[in-house]
Design a protein around this ligand. Structure first.
Ligand SMILES: O=c1ccn([C@H]2C[C@H](O)[C@@H](COP(=O)(O)OP(=O)(O)OP(=O)(O)O)O2)c(=O)[nH]1
Length: 145
């Protein structure tokens, strides 16, 4: 378990894992009152959370499948990236892809945050890449079912 420091300026409890095996912590909207998101409208939602990630880690802001499946509401830039050197407030870009208005209430769980380690690489420019069976096949070249 890696310890991460966080400042909570929201009026809600600190996020946590909902089960032992959850990878994401649900984040709550920290807003003064309900906000109506019209079809195809997007909005930046504050969380009131400020995090200090250890070097080599990032936080990924991902949609909640329930909001997506039931209401067509998702995270526009999924996965949003919170950098280890970012000290600002974590915000969530939600978009309403349904034909109906969607109301966001204060304290509503609007997304989930996954903390992940990443690998830093250096790029070496070459003329040829190692051959593989797949080669350049992709984008459904093996069929779609
Ligand atoms: O969903 C998001 C995505 C980003 N951020 C914050 C943390 C991140 O470290 C910073 C910059 O994000 P990103 O690199 O994606 O934004 P950019 O458009 O490239 O802006 P910048 O030029 O500030 O890096 O904004 C959020 O709060 N929520």
């Amino acid at each position: 378990m890696t310890n991460v420091q966080i400042i909570n300026k929201s009026r809600h409890q600190l996020p946590g894992y909902s089960t032992e095996h959850s990878s994401g912590m649900d984040l709550r909207a920290n807003i003064d009152g309900p906000i109506v998101l019209k079809p195809l409208q997007r909005i930046l939602i504050p969380t009131g959370l400020f995090i200090q990630l250890p070097e080599g880690h990032e936080a990924q802001i991902r949609p909640r499948s329930g909001l997506a499946a039931k209401y067509g509401v998702t995270v526009l830039n999924t996965p949003g990236t919170i950098d280890a050197d970012y000290r600002g407030e974590i915000k969530v870009i939600l978009v309403n892809l349904s034909n109906d208005d969607f109301t966001i209430n204060d304290g509503e769980r609007v997304c989930q945050m996954v903390i992940a380690q990443y690998t830093k690489v250096s790029l070496t420019e070459v003329e040829l890449l190692e051959e593989t069976v797949r080669g350049s096949g992709g984008f459904g070249h093996t069929g779609t079912n």
